[in-house]
Ligand binder design. Sequence first.
Ligand code: FEO
Length: 383
Amino acid sequence: MKITNEIFYVGVNDHAIDLFEGQYKVPGGMAYNSYLIHDEKIAVMDSVEAHYGEEWLSNIQKVLGDRQPDYLIVQHMEPDHSANIVTFMENYPGAILVSSDKAFAMIKQFYHNEFSDRRVVIKDGDTLSLGKHVLTFVGAPMVHWPEVMVTYDAYDRVLFSADAFGKFGALDVDEPWEDEARRYYIGIVGKYGVQVQKLLARAKTLDIAMICPLHGPVLSEDLGKYISLYDVWSRYDVESEGIVIAYTSVYGNTKKAVQLLEQKLRNAGAAVTVHDLARCDKAVAVADAFRYGKLVLATTTYNADIFPFMREFIHELTERGYQNRTVGIIENGSWAPTAAKKIKAMLEGSKNLTILDPVVSLRSAMNEQSEEQLDALVAELVK
Ligand code: FEO
């Protein structure tokens, strides 16, 4: 597949995978993107996941015919991209490996080979000339690992963006970019907003016509839309107006409170999204909590703590830097409700959160008093 006259797509689709990175459901599969720049010198950008080495080499060979690649450029060492480095280097004994010193240390850790006599170590700002295409390497530490470099080709005005601007889903699956890109970004890179902001600031200095990420489609139109979403996500700003209710319920009483809350909020004209944390795709619930500005956490007290799915969910939020949001709480407890206190303690370190009053406190089931609290919470949420 031609990306430009001299840049070719040589990546692969994976429909056999069930969990990406061992945890993210990917019903639409994954794409492990790799690109080939065909100039006086030939460079391949990144390898692919372990099971797809043969298909990848075959894609490269189809483009090259009898020619041999001169360079394999490794932007990111996570195994979904690095697993076939050794296969490539064995298949093309004349090729040189180009990567950062941090990446070479990881190549040794993962694959027990440093390629010390066949390598070029690059750092931020270094360039590599292939002929017309002069590549500039830009350090992008923690987007998403510390060794990450992205690469700018001034000739075709292409940014090879590593994991940034990627999404879940194979390339032969037709689906809107935003939802799976958000779930991917928040889940995988969400903790590193500051570092993404630094990369976006560098990207602003470049004239970019096309973004070639390591997952998901090549982005060539309306780049402002994608860059602006990345800006919102990495600043932890609110993307959409609305309220997310995330809940757990053991015998259905907390669920009834949630259903009543949902109905009252809808009646008040609010946009509401509800997630049952024991059953939903947690990664979608986490992404939604970051997408919207308001979140209600409804859960039972359990072993004098919070019900496990809710505890895990809040941890997933706080470890990704959850901030700048409004949070309402519904707790339930038959003899000693403590969930609200525990939730507040878990959120204590999060920046710029407004915890709404009142907490809705259920003793086993809704009653007149808790419904009054619920009405007061609705009033706060729709203010
Ligand atoms: Fe797609 Fe961080 O690897």
